[in-house]
Design a protein around this ligand. Structure first.
Ligand code: SF4
Length: 320
């Protein structure tokens, strides 16, 4: 294992609900005490149903959303203690790729100007800017002639290449990719995944790859964290998780992944009910109302994420 690049400790994000006469009070526990370590050069996949808090966690790790509690240690420093200027400098090494780049590419700016923005913000000398822009647009598989165009002139796959180029402009160490291929056709998805893998090798990048699509995560991740209602419930290597998920929620999620081998039989586990509201999570293990293995203890006691057979699992089934 390489050195840790990013560690989050007891990270929590709560969104307050309204407090007027006709509004509900309280808060939504979007991220609820997450501990994670991301090692240099790896790809950590984060999976879970929509609404489980994985995107909020990704944004909190970069402080694009301010966490309510916890630590974010990047390259040995707690960036939660950073003032604005120091955080701005740290962000040079921490970038994000979003699901739909069209929403985040300014339609009034040419691609040249979009790519120049971060270079200007980080005071990269003008003499180096053009070279970096031209080099980067070609690295992501586009060309210099695309620089004078606007975002609406590109296909979804090309826009995502521009989104990746923008994240790459400052040659960061960490990229958090939030559902980067979910909006793309399957044929384009594999091109973008291959591009991300090539870039990882070329620039020694570390990725946090957030996705609801387990097949995509299986393709790209080294380790995978499974999230349920704001918490990590299992963290394992890709091989361990896909061959033998241990947490009942991870078992249900993985039972829905299509198999490519026609001789392989897989029993689908259908989850009962919907994801509960994060503003009013169930007591004990928050998965207990949907869990086929639920025991009495699960309704009252919160399971801790602990080491089980070389991986981390939060489930009373594995407690002695
Ligand atoms: Fe199911 Fe209990 Fe494990 Fe939760 S702690 S996943 S309810 S067995």
């Amino acid at each position: 294992m390489t050195a840790p690049l990013l560690e989050v400790k007891a990270l929590a994000k709560r969104f307050p609900l309204g407090n007027g006469w006709f509004q509900r009070t309280g808060s939504v526990h979007a991220v609820n005490g997450v501990d994670l370590t991301v090692y240099e050069g790896e790809t950590l996949g984060i999976v879970g149903e929509s609404g489980c808090g994985k995107s909020t966690l990704g944004r909190c790790m970069l402080r694009l959303l301010e966490p309510t509690e916890g630590e974010i240690v990047f390259q040995g420093k707690d960036i939660r203690s950073f003032a604005k200027a120091e955080l701005h400098r740290a962000r040079r090494n921490m970038q994000m790729v979003f699901q739909n780049p069209f929403d985040t590419l300014n339609p009034k700016l040419t691609i040249q100007k979009i790519l120049a923005e971060s270079l200007i913000a980080h005071h990269i000398p003008m003499t180096q800017r053009q070279q970096l822009i031209e080099e980067t647009i070609e690295i992501v598989g586009l060309s210099k002639r695309h620089l004078s165009r606007y975002a609406h002139e590109f296909s979804g796959g090309q826009r995502q290449r521009i989104g990746i180029a923008r994240a790459l402009m400052l040659r960061p160490k960490l990229i958090i990719a939030d559902e980067p291929v979910s909006a793309l056709d399957v044929s384009i998805q594999s091109q973008i995944l291959n591009l991300l893998q090539d870039l990882q090798e070329q620039f020694a990048l570390t990725y946090i790859f957030i996705s609801h699509d387990l097949s995509v995560v299986e393709h790209i991740a080294d380790r995978v964290a499974v999230m349920y209602l704001g918490k990590v419930v299992e963290l394992a290597t890709k091989q361990e998780l896909f061959q033998r998920p241990m947490h009942p929620y991870a078992q249900a999620l993985l039972s829905a992944v299509p198999v490519t081998d026609p001789d392989e039989k897989k029993e689908r586990i259908i989850l009962k009910g919907d994801l509960p509201s994060p503003s009013n999570p169930p007591s004990g293990c928050t998965f207990h109302p949907r869990c086929h293995a639920c025991m009495d203890v699960c309704k009252t006691a919160v399971p801790r994420l602990r080491e089980v057979e070389g991986r981390l699992v939060a489930c009373h089934l594995y407690e002695q």
